[in-house]
Write a protein that binds this ligand. Structure first.
Ligand SMILES: [Fe+2]
Ligand SMILES: [Fe+2]
Length: 281
């Protein structure tokens, strides 16, 4: 029997942003009808969870309650809008113990391990890889891979491992930091995952194979970033990725664009995150 995962991402939920809630409501209707075996949200579950204070608590709880109301089995990983961005690429609201503790108090762990027929699903927090919380997670990954046995591994995280090539050296907003990436790759060498599923870029892309690893980028449920403000490296749409895992290790996947999801452009919604900066090159 196959196991179907709906990988949703970047839902950016908040009671302050009804356009994003409307997209989640349309997605909810679709998922209740199609009933995947598991829903995995690959992060930026909330709109302002990284800010701290009442606003963060409000958004995280709102997002958690919306997921619980799906009536389906679900897991969520934190994104930069939930626990703060990697401190190496942000000057304020960086991921720290307080923010991760707030996530823990609402969602539970910031990582997961789930065995399903023929497969081991591993979820990681990609925002803490350069903090003093990283060691424990690398240990978690090493143990999860060592215990996979004959199962195929699928890896889920918010940020893609790289933009184009695992060898790229730049510290960027868009991908796992190079040092953490290489440490993950060395752990993955003996047990390569069948695929690495991520969000964060708000673009759908499945051609990101580097060093033999297939990277699948889920689009955002909530919004895309118009071409004026973000380069197009994949497809800018609103939807999710359905993964079908066969017990013998085969994997199929497809983009799903449910009816009723509105194509929101965050560049035209400055009330959410302020004016976006136009791309220059
Ligand atoms: Fe996002
Ligand atoms: Fe993100």
């Amino acid at each position: 029997m196959t196991f179907r995962i709906a990988q949703i991402s970047d839902t950016h939920l908040s009671p302050a942003h009804p356009a994003f809630t409307a997209n989640f409501d349309a997605l909810t209707t679709h998922l209740r009808a199609t009933r995947p075996d598991l829903v995995v949200n690959t992060g930026d579950v909330s709109a302002h969870g990284e800010l701290g204070g009442e606003e963060a608590e409000r958004d995280l709880r709102f997002a958690r309650d919306r997921h619980a109301a799906l009536g389906l089995d679900w897991l969520a990983l934190p994104g930069n809008h939930d626990v703060g961005n990697d401190p190496a690429v942000t000057e304020r609201n960086g991921a720290d113990r307080d923010r991760v503790a707030r996530w823990n108090s609402v969602f539970g762990a910031d990582r997961f391990l789930r065995d399903v027929p023929g497969w081991r699903l591993i979820g990681l927090d990609s925002l803490i890889t350069a903090t003093d919380m990283a060691e424990e997670q690398f240990g978690f990954l090493a143990d999860a891979l060592a215990g996979a046995g004959p199962r195929r591994v699928a890896l889920f995280l918010h940020k893609p491992l790289c933009e184009e090539a695992m060898s790229e050296a730049a510290l960027t907003y868009w991908a796992v930091l190079p040092e953490a990436r290489h440490r993950m790759l060395s752990l993955l060498e003996r047990t390569p995952p069948a695929f690495v599923a991520s969000g964060h870029v708000h673009q759908w892309r499945d051609r990101g194979v580097s060093q033999g690893l297939c990277q699948i980028w889920a689009p955002s449920v909530a919004f895309h970033v118009g071409d004026t403000w973000q380069h197009r490296v994949g497809e800018k749409c609103q939807g999710y990725v359905e993964h079908t895992l066969h017990p013998d290790g085969r994997h199929d996947y497809r983009l799903v664009e449910p009816e009723g999801l509105i194509r929101n452009d965050i560049g035209l919604m400055p009330e959410v995150y302020g004016p976006q900066t136009p791309v220059t090159d």
